[in-house]
Design a binder for this molecule. Structure first.
Ligand SMILES: [Zn+2]
Ligand SMILES: [Zn+2]
Ligand SMILES: [Zn+2]
Length: 248
């Protein structure tokens, strides 16, 4: 399995618009963070986890040739507002793309992208909505949805084999912690240094990683609080800040 980080930034991306801080004006390309998503490849298939407003730029930057399925974590704008860009993959692959999410997330997709589902002429994304209710098979691998508390809102993370992707997490229910044992790679969000109502801070993320004990962990969904190089020095060796374009 090959995992590409397409974006590792918070909802604003980094640099923040109109910010002149040291990270936002840094020359280090690893401090440029598009909105968070990953592209997972196995057995000749490509699976996108979240469709960010940067999807077109990400697909061009990292050479994405196909999207066979999309898994959505939740329906905040920074995670789904690139869905319109999916139409080019419909065109190239001549196929509808399955779109997985929880019932409320799919409802939001139907509202926000109502034109996808209207029977009127024009070139629109073709997605087949697939409600996630438990484990499911995706091209021969079992995908295990994991409930994540995004503040008070339950959203989904996903585990495929020994890889798990959790973003916009503030805390985990006990049952989810059980599902995240024995991981090789855990991707987890850390928004900033100060505590936040709906996202883990860096210290909280480190504590949760220590509790889950994955072999390796990668931090994503970061704001301009973090300079990549400085964060690398600060973290234990098995926890690394992810960066856009990182391939595992
Ligand atoms: Zn987010
Ligand atoms: Zn800044
Ligand atoms: Zn969110």
């Amino acid at each position: 399995m090959r995992i590409t980080f397409l974006g590792t930034g918070t909802a604003h991306g980094v640099p923040f618009i109109a910010c002149t801080c040291a990270v936002c004006t840094s020359k280090d390309p690893r401090n440029k963070r598009m909105r968070s998503s990953v592209y997972v490849e196995y057995d000749g298939r490509g699976v996108l986890i979240d469709a960010t407003p940067d999807l077109r730029t990400q697909a061009l930057a990292y050479g994405i040739q196909r999207v066979d399925a999309i898994l959505l974590t939740h329906s905040h704008a920074d995670h789904i507002h690139g869905l319109d860009d999916v139409r080019i993959f419909n065109f190239v692959q001549k196929a509808t793309i399955p779109l997985y999410g929880s019932k409320p997330v799919l409802k939001d997709v139907k509202t926000r992208f109502s034109y996808f589902f209207k029977k009127q002429p024009g070139w629109k994304p073709q997605v087949e909505l697939k409600e996630v209710n438990g484990y499911f098979d995706l091209f021969g691998k079992t995908v295990k949805p994991v409930v994540v508390n995004h503040g008070s809102q339950p959203i989904l993370g996903y585990r495929i084999d020994d890889f798990a992707y959790l973003t916009d997490c503030k805390s985990l229910p006990q049952e989810s912690k059980h599902k995240l044992q024995g991981l090789d790679i855990l991707v987890l969000n850390a928004l900033r240094r100060k505590e936040h109502d709906t996202h883990l801070s860096l210290d909280e993320a480190i504590a949760l990683i220590e509790e889950l004990c994955p072999r390796r962990a990668f931090i994503t969904h970061m704001s301009h609080d973090f300079d990549h190089e400085a964060l690398c020095k600060e973290l234990p060796a098995y926890i690394r800040p992810a960066y856009d374009g990182l391939v595992l």
